[in-house]
Design a protein around this ligand. Sequence first.
Ligand SMILES: NC(=O)c1ccc[n+]([C@@H]2O[C@H](COP(=O)([O-])OP(=O)(O)OC[C@H]3O[C@@H](n4cnc5c(N)ncnc54)[C@H](OP(=O)(O)O)[C@@H]3O)[C@@H](O)[C@H]2O)c1
Length: 326
Amino acid sequence: MIISRPGPPEVLQLRELPDPVCGPDQVRVRVRAAGLNRADLLQRRGLYPAPADSPQEIPGLEFAGEVDELGARAEGFRRGDRVMGILGGGGYAEKVCVAAGLCMPVPEALDWSQAAAIPEAFITAFDALHRQGNLQPGETLLIQAAGSGVGSAAAQLALALGARVIGLSRSEAKRRQLAELGLTRVLDPAEEALAHRIRRAAGGEVDLALNLVGASGLSVEVEALGVGGRIVVIGLLGGARAELDLSAILAKRLRISGSVLRSRDVLEKIELTREFAQRVLPLFRAARLRPVVDRCYPLAAAAEAHIRMERNENFGKIVLNVGSAS
Ligand SMILES: NC(=O)c1ccc[n+]([C@@H]2O[C@H](COP(=O)([O-])OP(=O)(O)OC[C@H]3O[C@@H](n4cnc5c(N)ncnc54)[C@H](OP(=O)(O)O)[C@@H]3O)[C@@H](O)[C@H]2O)c1
């Protein structure tokens, strides 16, 4: 499925292309399912080009499938192994070549669609909460747009760690689904005195805010955080430019950091994948975490899937099935 030119969902078109050839440290994967990400919508509109080492026209930041071929130096997998992982691009396809170190085994109980819903959302959330945000058991995490793919993953990871999670969503249906997911408290961002309500729900103050919405979410986070609080910005859904009263940053000794996964060096991503596989995959095997799959579409209906995401209708992940996958 290629982006034939920058534009609306219809520019996504199926094309027959030659099979990709894997480099010495890569494996080629027969893709069974590929997760959709907000970044795909930007890339389709021509606003988020793929990194230089990734296919430029084929979107797709994650995959689940079977190893189909191994490069000369690729280690750790055999043909036919069920794997999943993150990509710089190229997931909306029948075959993709990826560094062997970016592949993780698919936990046995999960089908292809569930597996494809894990890598980008859960690795991003794991990195943001643990490596960037240093979330600790017993702390309180605030997530705006908590019903997103990344938000629903972050909420589960934080709960599994023993943190309290306060989630916000503009949609009533998503607020219900978030409550079912076990969040400590779910609130409507349109409520009056929001920061006060958040602090009351936290039973004190918030320790970490995972900011997926950018500018529009900043002031309420600064207000809700306690002394020594942290904000990790990883999304800009509500804009990139904010006005901020720095006196609160000083008085509360707050820290604001930002992070992005896609453009990082492949060796860094391999190391993050390894740590994720060691620390988080066992939680999927023990059914303490579950991929939240919103809806599946055949690859040929990728444009419809983009429309659903653009309308903010998904709770959790939208997945494209490739071939006869379920
Ligand atoms: N830094 C990284 O490495 C990285 C990696 C992956 C994703 N991300 C970012 O994480 C964010 C979530 O990605 P995703 O793929 O998980 O998204 P998603 O599943 O499409 O969910 C996004 C949700 O955000 C809410 N939303 C949309 N526009 C909003 C706005 N202007 N203000 C407040 N809420 C808004 C909507 O839910 P409601 O119905 O609740 O409003 C929407 O369904 C995106 O910003 C994405 O770019 C960053």
